[in-house]
Design a protein around this ligand. Structure first.
Ligand code: PLP
Length: 386
């Protein structure tokens, strides 16, 4: 294993990730699993996380952009791989040559993909996306007949194979939300129509992490899990990670860069939003918003130092912030843990989300490239324990 980077590090526990994949598979025993590793695996590192997910049995890997998918192929991934966020002019040919399943939401995309199929002599594996109500990407139900007909023609011409029909939920993290049933109805109708027109998709899928965890009727042939694979609860409403049987994969910590005694009445960090209430000890944590620590954590973000929860004192700056140790002693080099699984008493990414008015998805995803990732629990062969 590499040396621990001194300033700060995000330790990524691949054994926890593998265990989370197995736990999610157990929630959806009849479905295949797609490990979603977009946005550098929500900040955890796409290549090692994709590899670990495969080791734990993920049949599919999913990314947003084609560039993310192509990077995984370049790193040696050979299994089923799908990407869904296409823009005109994107690398369709490269994706076909790399055996990537591509998502098509409209006629412009089908035209670009059939052109790439002609140019490469390959049959494009296409997954048609229906907008069942999210209102983002996906074919509107009113345009579905046209898209299905065009896809069927492209199949007959030997240019395309429709491998999947899929969609995405708007409110799967809000149990009982009426949109869930409504979206399922539209989804089933869209599938039935496409199949009646002669399409025979291998996989039909709509479930993200919250649906995988709480809505078995949404699993169909495949579930697409992102955040839960990284051990994070999709929403406080669904319970904590522990209650969901998953374990946070990333631990973000830094080494104190300075510890000093200061008198009462001492202003701290830009704007002097914090003033020491009496003589105390200030510790400097050498990470800031350039590392992805939310500036909105100024005065609110929790940090474990010397076994105690402290709160960011004053502003989070670009490279650093301060915590008031309330007179406790500490030494430069001591560890400050911003978030982790929580079992050493440290805050979790979910605690940071609450403290900064965002979701835990964003807390981990925004940790920037300046923070080195340190991988632990890596294994070439899947372990049988855990
Ligand atoms: C990000 C994403 C997912 C994974 O969502 P989670 O809530 O993180 O599980 C699944 N499908 C699509 C289309 C996505 O963009």
């Amino acid at each position: 294993m590499s040396e621990t980077p001194m300033r700060a590090r995000a330790v990524v526990d691949l054994a926890a990730l593998r265990a989370n994949v197995r736990a999610l598979r157990a929630r959806a025993p009849r479905a295949q699993l797609m490990a979603v590793v977009k946005a550098n695996a929500y900040g955890h590192g796409a290549v090692p996380c994709a590899r670990a997910a495969r080791q734990a049995g993920a049949e599919w890997i999913g990314t947003a952009t084609p560039h993310e998918a192509l990077a995984l192929r370049a790193a040696g991934d050979t299994g089923r791989l799908m990407c869904w966020l296409w823009t005109p002019g994107d690398p369709w040919r490269e994706a076909l040559e790399a055996d990537i399943d591509v998502s098509v939401s409209g006629l412009w995309a089908l035209e670009e993909v059939t052109a790439a199929a002609r140019a490469t002599g390959r049959v494009a594996r296409v997954q048609l996306k229906i907008d069942t109500g999210l209102g983002r990407n996906g074919c509107q139900p009113g345009d579905w007949e046209k898209l299905v007909a065009a896809a069927r023609d492209a199949e007959t011409a030997g240019l395309v194979k429709v491998t999947g029909i899929w969609s995405h939920f708007a409110c799967a993290d809000e149990p009982g939300h009426p949109s869930i049933r409504a979206q399922l109805t539209v989804f089933k109708d869209a599938i039935a129509y496409a199949e009646a027109q002669g399409l025979a998709p291998e996989v039909r899928h709509i479930a993200n992490s919250p649906a995988t965890l709480t809505l078995p009727e949404t699993h169909f042939d495949l579930v697409r899990t992102g955040v839960a694979m990284y051990g994070i609860s999709p929403s406080p409403e669904l319970g904590t990670s522990e209650e969901l049987g998953i374990r946070p994969v990333m631990t973000l910590s830094a080494s104190l860069a300075s510890v000093k005694r200061v008198p009462g009445g001492h202003g701290v960090s830009y704007g002097h939003l914090y003033t020491t209430p009496g003589e105390t000890t200030l510790a400097l944590v050498p990470v800031g918003y350039a590392d992805g620590i939310p500036r909105s954590g100024s005065g609110t973000g929790p940090v474990l130092v010397g076994g105690k929860w402290r709160t960011v004192a004053g502003r989070v700056a670009m490279d650093q912030f301060v915590v008031d140790l309330g007179g406790d002693s500490a030494a430069p080099g001591d560890e400050a843990v911003l978030f982790g699984p929580g079992d050493r008493g440290e805050p979790t990414a979910e605690d940071w989300a609450r403290a900064t008015g965002t979701i835990a998805y964003e807390v981990v995803t925004r940790i920037s490239a300046r923070v080195p990732r340190v991988y632990v629990g890596d294994k070439d062969v899947e372990d049988t324990g855990a």
